[in-house]
Design a protein around this ligand. Structure first.
Ligand code: FAD
Ligand code: MLT
Ligand code: ZN
Length: 449
């Protein structure tokens, strides 16, 4: 590998500190074991590297911004880390087709900064935007806070340039909006977490920035009340851009983390953060049961502050002793019953822990975070939380939910796929993996395949 890197003028790192840095994502749970980190600069570089790995049976972890929350970008079995971070050019803007072509390593926020002055955005929005890469967003089919209006990442991709495990370069879908020539390989690669192919370039669809936006920060009594509010907003035709739930424990945590007073004064409760694409909320106030303490964001800085509370939850949780994260989705009507059932058992199963619940209620997506104030030096808490997964995922299954809504499978959820995917579905996916990566060199032990 060193020779290949040298002959193509590529950066190749092998020292322990570098491997430890590049070999992990946000989960922090696993020890890193990597062969090295290589930084291709072109699609041809990616192709040559994979050809070499295919021939010599070297396993590869495609690596983006490493903000993943399920261990997908971790190297644990002596793999080569293939970092796309030097492939970070914006290649083409098409104002007629409303698409932008990028290399996979473009940082999410860099793309938004490029599009904003033109009046457009790629309407995927997540708190990791300052670090995550477009390739990582596509490989995870990321969700985020605007799914309620725009849908998931897959909807905003026109075409991909991917490199297969054997080094072959495929153009998936050309620059076409409409292409019904059979099933779509592009859509299979999106969300495959680096297990089917490496995404090298993408042409993304963009849309106008919202013309206006009002933000409401509303206390709610409980999750059921949040959903009643959501239903009444939908019934009165409110143009929802975001509807995010933050439970009392999470709100309390972020306020302490930021050193800020409670915006609702003495009253501490669950809350929802709502963005509406409108300049007039009189109808919303007249037709929904908004709590009188609801705050309408009046200045840019106030709105930013409310969104900061929502976006900083992950970091606030990360800075406590130990947190075990879940990312489940459910039919929205089942959320209150599901959460009640979890609550009934939680303190018995997890003495000393708090369940921090927040997330994208507008999409039926809850983030449950089992948090402890003390650290987990010997991995006992991790093992304890993992041992409870069968209990939680059985519940998710009973309520006809999914064990991963938006974060993916990675290393963390692989043992629990059976709770969401049938054996028949898994068998088809395994056959597909075999066809696309016969020596199983791409991201082994991760994802669905
Ligand atoms: P990485 O973590 O580097 O990789 C993720 C997976 O994609 C790995 O399996 C990796 O092998 C694969 N991969 C990366 N690049 C490529 C490529 N070019 N080709 C093929 N495979 C590749 N996620 C959400 O969905 N919604 C959220 O709201 C959200 N909020 C977050 C907030 C915070 C603070 C943090 C830390 C994370 C959040 N995430 C969220 C999770 C994470 O940011 C997303 O999954 C993101 O899409 C990962 O992008 P990345 O570039 O960091 O990918
Ligand atoms: C979020 O919605 O903020 C993310 O999915 C991150 C998380 O779950 O911690
Ligand atoms: Zn989320």
């Amino acid at each position: 590998m060193e020779q290949l890197a040298k002959s193509r003028g590529l950066r190749f790192l092998t020292n322990t500190n570098d491997l430890d840095h590049w070999g992990r994502d946000w989960t922090h749970y696993f020890p890193v074991n990597a062969l090295g980190v290589i930084f291709p600069k072109t699609v041809a570089d990616v192709s040559e590297i994979l050809k070499h790995c295919h021939t010599h049976r070297i396993c590869v972890v495609p690596s983006g911004g490493r903000t993943g929350l399920v261990g997908g970008a971790y190297a644990t079995q002596g793999e080569l880390i293939l970092s796309l971070s030097q492939m970070n050019r914006i290649l083409d803007w098409d104002p007629l087709g409303l698409t932008v072509k990028v290399e996979a390593g473009v940082i999410h926020e860099t793309l938004q900064d490029y599009l904003r002055p033109k009046g457009f955005h790629w309407p995927v929005d997540l708190a990791a935007k300052g670090s995550c890469q477009i390739g990582g967003n596509l490989a995870t089919n990321a969700g985020g806070v605007r799914v309620i209006k725009y849908g998931m990442t897959r909807r905003w991709v026109q075409s991909l340039t991917v490199v297969m495990a054997n080094g072959k370069i495929l153009e998936l879908n050309g620059d076409l909006e409409k292409n019904n020539t059979g099933p779509c390989l592009r859509d299979l690669v999106i969300g495959s977490e680096g297990t089917l192919a490496v995404i090298a370039e993408a042409r993304l669809k963009v849309t106008h920035l919202p013309r206006q936006c009002l933000t409401l920060f509303a206390p709610v009594e409980n999750p059921a009340a949040a959903l009643t509010l959501l239903q009444s907003l939908r019934e009165c035709g409110a143009p929802l851009l975001a509807f995010e739930f933050i439970d009392k424990a999470s709100l309390d945590l972020v306020l302490k983390h930021c050193g800020d007073p409670n915006p609702f004064g003495e009253f501490m409760s669950d809350a929802v953060l709502i963005d509406l694409e409108t300049t007039d909320v009189s109808d919303v106030y007249a037709k929904t049961a908004l709590d009188p303490r609801t705050i309408l964001g009046e200045s840019h800085s106030q709105v930013q502050k409310f969104w900061h509370y929502r976006e900083i939850i992950t970091e606030a949780l990360d800075s406590m002793g130990f947190v075990y994260k879940h990312d489940v989705s459910l039919p929205q009507r089942e959320i209150p019953r599901f959460l009640k059932t979890v609550d009934q058992e939680f303190s018995r199963r997890f003495p000393g822990a708090t369940n921090f619940v927040f997330g994208h209620f507008g999409d039926g997506n809850l983030h449950l975070n089992f948090g402890y104030s003390a650290k987990d030096p010997d991995g006992r808490r991790l093992a304890h939380c993992e041992a409870a997964n069968d209990w939680l995922f059985n519940l998710v299954h009973q309520y006809r939910g999914a064990i991963s809504a938006e974060h993916g499978i990675g290393l963390l959820k692989r043992a629990y796929l059976r709770f969401t995917k049938s054996p028949e579905e898994l068998a088809i996916l395994h056959a597909l993996k075999k066809a696309m990566d016969p020596h199983a060199i791409l991201n082994p032990g991760k994802g669905v395949v």
